[in-house]
Design a protein around this ligand. Structure first.
Ligand SMILES: *[C@@H]1O[C@H](CO)[C@@H](O)[C@H](O)[C@H]1NC(C)=O
Ligand SMILES: *[C@@H]1O[C@H](CO)[C@@H](O)[C@H](O)[C@H]1NC(C)=O
Ligand SMILES: *[C@@H]1O[C@H](CO)[C@@H](O)[C@H](O)[C@H]1NC(C)=O
Ligand SMILES: *[C@@H]1O[C@H](CO)[C@@H](O)[C@H](O)[C@H]1NC(C)=O
Length: 413
């Protein structure tokens, strides 16, 4: 062993450009690239003594078991790294991040249950990524984002049961994708993949072998064939009602909002309330079925049926009320802006008579158009506090409220 090491050391001293680890054979290709050929050598570790100029390193069909962070530090110019058919079960994060010129990375036919996904952020030149025939059970959301040169991605023959919506977005060069032979769970969470596959120019190789493993009724069916009727994105409509004044300290009216939603699976309703002084996010009902508050005193009463009530509505409750309908297929939100006008004679406070209010509603329209091309812009609802005299006749008050809201043209669908 000693004489051999001596020769390697000598070679390194005499001609550093051609340094080549003993088990490998190195050569300069026509295009001047330096190739280190170390495949089929029964290697258990990445050999030491690589030239810092090596651009192609083949280590396929060896017995590599684990890649440590420094294992490739000698070869920062690598463009192609072939590591297929090894026993690699772990790669330390950072191992690939130091290879910014990497174009081809083959880790197929290994034993990876995880991959240092964050390293991909440094591999902006990557064109081909082969992770097929491993044990990967997940691709983290956004893991591939930013691989603007990525042309070919192999994830077939892994243990992927689902993929996050948008996994293949932000990959403008992607031309070929392999996902077959994974145990996909074709719940509505994966429905986006069907729609993406139908709408993209990326070739999904062997789509007919990219099959559902669950649920039972879809087992064996291609992912691209999940029946559309099962998975419908949410829709939502927000309506409101201004009710009689509560017997609260301020005699404020009760504002009732109702969010009616549809979709499959049935959407869950969430509320987001943004007032000048607070931000409240409500997931699920805050009021039990029997009407009792679930946890102490609640300012905003959210019922299971999509109704939200704000009793004794006051100035500090003014703000934006958003209903979100969420299911496995997607999310839909609808918002209204609510303002309180306090006057015995609300007609005097019509927005057009009030420069501030007029400005606010105009702003809200413009903002809605900008942010929401679907036309579901924010609406402004004005809740009026009515004086003591007017409140003595409930009928008169409701009449007046109705007329005002109609006059303002602010009725919601
Ligand atoms: C690497 O390549 C550069 C340019 O081709 C050359 O000048 C340099 O001597 C090489 N370095 C080594 C260590 O081979
Ligand atoms: C990876 O990229 C980040 C941000 O661009 C940089 O700070 C970091 O040093 C890079 N990592 C390596 C190992 O080069
Ligand atoms: C499939 O996904 C659905 C929805 O996320 C989940 O409820 C179900 O348990 C999963 N089925 C399997 C077999 O993992
Ligand atoms: C929802 O439930 C609450 C409490 O049971 C009830 O007051 C309200 O009228 C219901 N809303 C609708 C639209 O049925």
């Amino acid at each position: 062993m000693r004489p051999l090491l001596g020769v390697v050391a000598l070679v390194t001293l005499v001609s550093p450009g051609l340094a080549c680890p003993a088990p490998c054979s190195c050569s300069t290709k026509k295009n001047g690239r330096l190739l280190a050929e170390c495949a089929y050598r029964e290697l258990r570790d990445v050999p030491r003594g690589l030239s810092p100029n090596v651009t192609i390193l083949t280590l396929s069909a060896n017995r590599l078991g684990r890649l440590g962070r420094a294992s490739l530090a000698e070869a920062p110019e690598l463009q192609s790294l072939w590591l297929g058919y090894n026993h690699i079960s772990a790669v330390e994060p950072g191992t690939f991040a130091a290879l910014p010129h990497l174009k081809n990375l083959d880790l197929s036919h290994n034993r990876l249950a995880d991959f240092p996904w964050q390293d991909l952020r440094n591999l902006s030149a990557l064109q081909i990524l082969k992770l097929s025939n491993n044990r990967l059970a997940a691709v983290p959301r956004g893991a591939l984002a930013g691989l603007r040169e990525l042309r070919s991605l192999w994830l077939n023959d892994n243990e992927l049961a689902t993929l996050a919506r948008g996994t293949f977005e932000g990959l403008p060069a992607l031309a070929q994708l392999q996902l077959f032979h994974n145990p996909f769970n074709c719940s509505c969470k994966l429905f986006w993949l069907k729609e993406w596959a139908h709408g993209t120019s990326v070739v999904l190789s062997r789509a007919g072998s990219t099959l559902c493993a669950a649920p039972a009724r879809l087992r064996g069916r291609p992912v691209t064939d999940i029946p559309g009727a099962l998975c419908v994105p949410p829709s939502a409509q927000l309506t409101y009602l201004s009710g009689p004044a509560a017997a609260g300290p301020r005699d404020g009216p009760t504002l009732t909002l109702h969010c009616s939603v549809a979709g499959s699976p049935p959407p869950e309703i969430r509320w987001q309330i943004r007032t000048a002084g607070r931000r409240v996010d409500i997931h699920g009902p805050t009021v039990a079925r029997d009407g009792g508050a679930k946890a102490g005193r609640q300012r905003f009463l959210a019922f299971k049926n999509g109704t939200m009530a704000i009793p004794d509505f006051g100035k500090e409750d003014e703000g934006t009320y958003t209903c979100l309908a969420v299911n496995d297929v997607g999310t839909r939100d609808v918002s209204i802006n609510v303002a309180l006008a306090g006057s015995a004679n609300p007609a005097e406070e019509l927005p057009r008579d009030d420069p501030q209010a007029g400005h606010a509603s105009g702003h809200s329209c413009a903002k809605g158009d900008e942010l929401d091309p679907s036309g579901m812009g924010e609406k402004l609802v004005i809740v009026y506090r009515v004086s003591g005299e007017a409140r003595s006749s409930a009928g008169a008050r409701e009449f007046r409220l109705g007329i005002l809201l109609l006059a303002l043209g602010l009725l919601l669908w």
